[in-house]
Design a protein around this ligand. Structure first.
Ligand code: F6P
Length: 550
């Protein structure tokens, strides 16, 4: 799919010229000039309010950004994604995560068998959740399942882990859900020490069922269950007993079967669901178990609300398109190299980590869809933490470090765990930080507040730090679904604007291959000097290997 080059170049040139004119402009002046800036630069969709008035933009900036969106055919790509076209061209796959949250009676643009498959998959998940929650599904010696451990990494971990954390207020009291991703024994071992094998169920979540970290942890978990069984069991009885403690979520059914998980305990999903977009698929089984299936359905329904908004709203009213355009503006025209994500919600503390994969694995690329080097920088470095904690740590850099770092502030109107007096303090801090970052403190203001001349340089705040504030009504499954789908679509729009494929991740492969090559050099009984490949290694790796083998 090619788009015409000339309008794109023209739009970029116009933005570059405009950016020159905008360089000396301060947010103070922009607010002074446009008294209705909040009304002009805020949008609503579902239960989300997006205030981007503290971005360093004018009406003209937005017009020019929207010209770029037109030239890049963002709306056309949106249609292609929804229709299930092969937009992931390097893996020859569609990207149909929206289909996973489409109600069966929705007007669909993709093949009817996809709707059928999604419904079947949800029905199986519902049935399994009911069996676990009712106690009908038991461990090998009839104990009720009390602990569920999701073994997965990347997209098979970050989304579900974040969602379960975010929805702590909806957590079922009768089941604990844990997440283990790292192959470092320090992740799995302490958890196993606390669990009872007779009442523990493992979900081996891996799209490929070939990921080293997940398979290492799954093998250890299997051995742990095995070692808890009576020695007298026959081979078959032992296999059957182990199987009571494992289910798999994968698109590689043969590999899950080879691991010993019976076919009826494998929850499949298709290759048109990218790992980092997969929490809506059976990868979300851990979420459904943690908060109940109806809450999982509410999460899907919330995402669908945002899908509909993304598909139907015109570009200037469209939250994902607006967020993506602001990112392009900040990265390519203001010169931001990083982007801070600050939920003022402890329940959303894992949201920045989830977004890191969603965004950086999707657009951390420097080759375009035609295989040519990008002429613009793409994805900024994403980072962040719960806002109130960040304030007492790295916010100093945001206020006085001298680098433009756009920030997303995420606020909940109502607390999910209300305690007297807490929430208003939290909100006051969030509002204060975004205002302080935007408007700073001039030397005159510092002086007026009684600061002496000697401290003036230290007590002056330049401001002009751009930020966006997202206000969520409440942190419910439905609102969380909207929030996640908003960022998913933002990332997709960014990828279109930068002309990169958002759905592959070849960059992570090289290191994996090298690790396989190095493994024999580290095995206990291997003499380092006898390893053939060692001769071809670089001096640093050889030196470190030698030190490790000593
Ligand atoms: O290595 C990166 C990656 O492929 C991610 O894209 C993916 O989410 C993660 O590994 C886990 O992959 P899988 O679900 O196949 O185990």
């Amino acid at each position: 799919m090619t788009t015409e080059r000339a309008p794109i170049d023209q739009a970029l040139r116009a933005l570059a010229l405009h950016a020159e004119a905008m360089k000396p402009r301060h947010l103070r002046a922009l607010f002074a000039e446009q008294p209705r800036r909040f009304e002009d630069f805020s949008l609503v969709a579902g239960n989300l309010l997006l205030d981007f008035s503290k971005q360093r933009v004018t009406r003209q900036t937005l017009t020019l950004l929207h010209n770029l969106a037109k030239a890049r055919d963002v709306e056309g790509w949106r249609r292609r994604m929804r229709a299930g076209e092969i937009i992931n061209h390097t893996e020859h796959r569609a990207a149909l995560h929206m289909a996973l949250r489409e109600p069966p009676d929705a007007h669909t643009a993709h093949a009817p068998e996809i709707t059928r498959e999604v419904a079947q998959s949800l029905a199986r998940m519902r049935e399994f959740c009911a069996a676990i929650h009712s106690g009908a599904w038991q461990g090998h010696d009839k104990e009720r399942i009390r602990d569920v451990v999701n073994l997965g990494i990347g997209g098979s971990d970050l989304g579900p882990r974040m969602a379960v954390r975010a929805l702590a207020a909806f957590q079922r009291p009768d089941l604990r859900v844990h997440f283990v991703s790292n192959m470092d024994g320090a992740d799995l071992a302490p958890l196993l020490n606390r669990l009872n094998p007779r009442s523990t169920l493992f979900i081996v979540a891996s799209k490929t069922f070939g990921t080293l970290e997940t398979l290492s942890n799954a093998r250890t978990a299997r051995a742990w269950i095995d070692s808890s069984l009576p020695a007298s069991l026959t081979h078959q009885a032992r296999e059957n007993a182990i199987a009571r403690h494992f289910v798999a979520v994968s698109s590689n059914l043969p590999a899950a079967a080879a691991f010993g998980i019976p076919a009826e305990q494998v929850f499949a999903f298709r290759d048109w669901v990218g790992g980092r977009f997969s929490l809506w698929s059976s990868v979300g089984l851990s979420i459904a178990l943690a908060v109940g299936f109806s809450n999982f359905e509410a999460l899907l329904a919330g995402a669908h609300v945002m899908d509909e908004h993304f598909i139907q709203a015109g570009a200037s009213q469209n939250l994902p398109i607006t967020l993506a355009l602001l990112d392009i503006w900040n990265v390519n025209f203001i010169g931001a190299a990083s982007h801070g994500i600050f939920p003022y919600s402890q329940s959303l503390e894992l949201f920045p980590a989830y977004l890191q994969q969603l965004e950086m694995e999707s657009t951390g690329k420097s080759v375009d869809r035609q295989g040519q080097p990008l002429t613009l920088k793409s994805c900024p470095i994403l980072w962040g933490s719960s806002g109130t904690n960040g304030q007492h740590s790295f916010f100093q850099l945001l206020h006085q470090g001298g680098q433009p770092i756009p920030c997303d502030f995420i606020l909940l109107k109502q607390a999910d765990f209300p305690l007297p007096g807490h929430h208003i303090h939290l909100l006051a801090n969030a509002l204060a930080q975004s205002a302080a970052l935007a408007f700073g403190q001039t030397p005159a203001e510092a002086r007026a507040s009684g600061i002496g001349e000697d401290l003036l340089p230290y007590r002056t705040f330049p401001g002009n730090q751009p930020s966006t504030t997202l206000l969520l009504e409440r942190l419910t499954p439905h609102t969380l679904g909207q929030l996640l789908a908003l960022y998913e679509h933002k990332v997709f729009c960014q990828s279109v604007l930068w002309n990169v494929n958002a759905f592959d991740q070849w960059g992570v492969e090289l290191g994996k291959q090298m690790a396989k090559r190095l493994l024999p050099c580290l095995e206990d009984d291997t003499e380092f000097a006898t390893i053939d490949t060692a001769d071809t290694l670089d001096a640093s790796t050889r030196g470190l290997l030698a030190a490790l083998k000593k």
